[in-house]
Unconditional design. Structure first.
Lengths: 224, 194
C-alpha cells in the first residue's frame, strides 16, 4: 500500500481541500487538515490549485477606488510610526486637539491651508447644528472631501445625504450617502469639482436618500 | 543597489516590498496607490458599509507596513497577499462584531450608491479583470456559487453554512469543491489564471 493510499484511509482526501482553501473549515478541522497536508501530496496539489482560484475571488467584487481620505489617514499613521512611538503619540494628540478646535470653530471660516503628500488643501470648518460632532470640508484642486468626527449617527433606517448649493438655487443631491463608524468618523469624497458651489450641506434622510432634502441641514460648509 | 536609486513608481511590487521591509514610506505609498482600490472594493463587498470598509483597509495596510517581512514571494503576488490581509481583517471584524454583510449587495441600494460616486475613477483594465472573474462566478450553478460566496465574502464556516441551508456538511464541502474546480477552468480559459 502506498503512502497516498494509507492517507486516503485516514482522511477524506480532497474532500476538505476546497473548504480549507476558502478558510471555511472549523479551527480544529483546519489544524487536522494542515497535519494531513504535511503527508499528502495529492491534497497539497489541490490546495495549491484551488488557492489560486480563491486569490482571484476579491476581483469579483464591484471595483471602486479607495476614498481619498483613507490614504491620508494611512500615510499619517505610517509616517508617525516611522518617526518613532513618541512622535506617533504626539501626532495623535494633535489630531484630537484639531478635532476639538474644529468643534468650536465658526461656520464658514477657512481654518487653514494644509499640505498633504505635497498637495495644498484648503480646510473649511463647517457648522454642525442639532447634533454633536465636528465637520471639515477639505478642498484640494477643486475637489471636496467632507471629514466628520464624533458625529451623532443618523439613526436606524437613516443615512446622511450630501447636497450642493449654488447661490440661492435649491440644493441638488451630490449622489453621496454616508454613515459614520463607531467613533462617529467618516471621510466622504464629493464627486466632481466644486466650481460654482457656494455651500455643501448634509441632512439626515431615510435609507436610500431622497431627491430633495426633507430635513434642515445638520452640517453646512460655506465656500463663498 | 540599483533599485535603491530608482523612482519607486518604476519598481515592481516585489521590489517595493523589499523597500517597505527597510521602512521606506514612499515605497509603501506606491503600493497603497496600486492596491488600495481592490482592497477597498473587497472590504466594501464584505462589510457592506463604507465606514467599516475604510477601517478594515486602514488596519490591513498598517499591518502590511508593520509586517512586510512576512511576505513570501513563493506563495503568490503582493496584491494577493495584501488582499489576503484585508480578507482576514474583515473576517476578524465579523467575529468581533458578530455582523456580516448581506451575501450579495443589491444594486441600487443605499450602500451601493455611497461608493458608486467613486466608480468613474476605476481603470478600464481593472474593471475588465473584475468582469471576467464575476462572470465566471455567476456562470456557476446557484448552489455552488452560494456556498462560495457565503464562505469567502461573509466568512461562514462550512458547518455554519450547512446549518443555514439545512444541508449535510459533506454536501456543502462537495459544492465548494465543484464550484472552485469549475471556476479554475473558467478563469484559466479567460487568462486570469495560468
Amino acid at each position: 500500500m502506498s503512502d497516498r493510499d494509507a492517507m486516503s484511509e485516514t482522511h477524506d482526501c480532497g474532500g476538505d481541500a476546497a473548504a480549507y482553501a476558502l478558510g471555511a473549515l472549523e479551527p480544529q478541522e483546519a489544524e487536522a487538515f494542515r497535519a494531513h497536508l504535511r503527508e499528502c501530496a495529492v491534497c497539497r496539489d489541490e490546495v495549491e490549485a484551488l488557492g489560486g482560484v480563491v486569490q482571484a475571488l476579491p476581483m469579483a467584487a464591484p471595483q471602486y477606488e479607495a476614498p481619498r481620505g483613507l490614504k491620508r489617514r494611512v500615510m499619517q499613521d505610517v509616517r508617525a510610526e516611522q518617526a518613532g512611538p513618541a512622535r506617533f503619540e504626539r501626532g495623535r494628540s494633535r489630531l484630537v486637539a484639531a478635532a476639538a478646535a474644529a468643534t468650536v470653530a465658526a461656520a464658514g471660516v477657512v481654518a487653514g491651508i494644509e499640505l498633504t503628500a505635497g498637495t495644498a488643501a484648503t480646510v473649511i470648518s463647517a457648522q454642525v447644528s442639532g447634533i454633536s460632532g465636528s465637520a471639515q470640508l477639505r478642498v484640494t484642486d477643486g475637489r471636496g472631501e467632507l471629514v466628520v468626527n464624533h458625529l451623532t449617527p443618523p439613526g436606524h433606517g437613516h443615512v446622511y445625504e450630501v447636497w450642493l448649493q449654488s447661490g440661492s438655487a435649491a440644493p441638488v443631491p451630490a449622489s453621496v450617502l454616508f454613515d459614520v463608524n463607531s467613533a462617529g468618523h467618516a471621510d466622504v469624497g464629493i464627486p466632481g469639482r466644486l466650481r460654482g458651489v457656494s455651500a455643501v450641506l448634509v441632512t439626515p434622510e431615510p435609507s436610500g436618500g431622497r431627491p430633495k432634502p426633507t430635513h434642515t441641514p445638520v452640517i453646512v460648509a460655506r465656500l463663498d | 543597489m540599483f533599485s535603491q536609486r530608482r523612482n519607486p513608481k518604476e519598481l515592481a511590487d516585489e521590489d517595493l516590498m523589499v523597500r517597505v521591509r527597510d521602512g521606506d514610506a514612499r515605497a509603501f505609498e506606491v503600493l497603497f496607490d496600486r492596491h488600495s482600490g481592490p482592497a477597498f472594493s473587497l472590504a466594501y463587498r464584505m462589510c457592506g458599509s463604507r465606514a467599516r470598509a475604510e477601517d478594515v483597509v486602514q488596519d490591513a495596510f498598517l499591518s502590511v507596513w508593520r509586517a512586510g517581512a512576512r511576505y513570501d514571494q513563493s506563495r503568490g503576488s503582493v496584491r494577493a497577499w495584501i488582499l489576503g490581509v484585508v480578507h482576514n481583517r474583515a473576517i476578524d471584524w465579523f467575529r468581533r462584531e458578530s455582523l456580516r454583510a448581506a451575501p450579495s449587495l443589491e444594486e441600487g441600494n443605499a450602500a451601493e450608491r455611497v461608493a458608486a460616486a467613486e466608480l468613474t475613477e476605476v481603470t478600464v483594465e481593472r474593471r475588465a479583470e473584475a468582469d471576467r472573474v464575476r462572470d465566471a462566478l455567476h456562470e456557476l450553478p446557484d448552489e455552488q456559487r452560494q456556498v462560495i460566496e457565503l464562505s469567502y465574502y461573509a466568512g461562514f464556516t462550512h458547518q455554519e453554512i450547512a446549518q443555514m441551508l439545512s444541508l449535510p456538511p459533506g454536501t456543502v464541502k462537495g459544492r465548494m469543491r465543484l464550484g472552485l474546480g469549475k471556476l479554475r477552468i473558467s478563469l484559466a480559459e479567460e487568462g486570469v489564471l495560468p
